[in-house]
Write a protein that binds this ligand. Sequence first.
Ligand SMILES: Cc1cc2nc3c(=O)[nH]c(=O)nc-3n(C[C@H](O)[C@H](O)[C@H](O)COP(=O)(O)O)c2cc1C
Length: 182
Amino acid sequence: MKIIVALTGASGQIVGIRLIEKLRAKGIEVYAIASRAAKITMKSETEYDEIHLRNIATKFYDEDEIYAPFSSGSFKHDGMAIVPCSIKTASSIAYGITDNLITRAADVTLKERRRLVIGVREAPLHEGHLSALLRLSELGAVVYPLVLSFYTKPKNIEDLVDFTVSRIMEQLGIEVDYKRWE
Ligand SMILES: Cc1cc2nc3c(=O)[nH]c(=O)nc-3n(C[C@H](O)[C@H](O)[C@H](O)COP(=O)(O)O)c2cc1C
């Protein structure tokens, strides 16, 4: 399988990083992209940086590298996740503003009717945010807000992150073994 994972400048960088790590652990090819803002937010809230992403991903791209293979629908992949997804990037995709590699790859994923998971992170949400998210859902994207789940009785932040990552992987059509509600 080939999955595109994009990190944008919203809070929750560790969720995107863990997603790449877990996909790679399953032997899945990961094409990672980080926006300029993602690199800034990553430094402010984690111990990781772009070098770590370059090390864990199969291939890494900057947001300006619009000649990447997945800028074209002719490149076959199995889905894309934007985690964390800023309101800026979510809104751009909702209204067809394909001004960097992340928004272009997402637009191509939608037009080719492939899986697109939007791990949006903002709170609270005003009507403009909500209408952009509704539009994304209508276009076929899965809007997966990075919310906390407590019914699995998490013991630490890692448990919370891993549960969300597993659910996002499932949305990408990947078999995952995790503690489910029974
Ligand atoms: C520490 C930090 C946390 C941020 N958290 C969020 C957030 O949770 N949601 C959001 O939409 N933007 C957030 N932002 C703002 C985005 O980084 C900013 O809107 C940026 O332009 C997004 O660009 P991008 O979508 O190209 O990455 C945050 C910025 C910083 C520095």
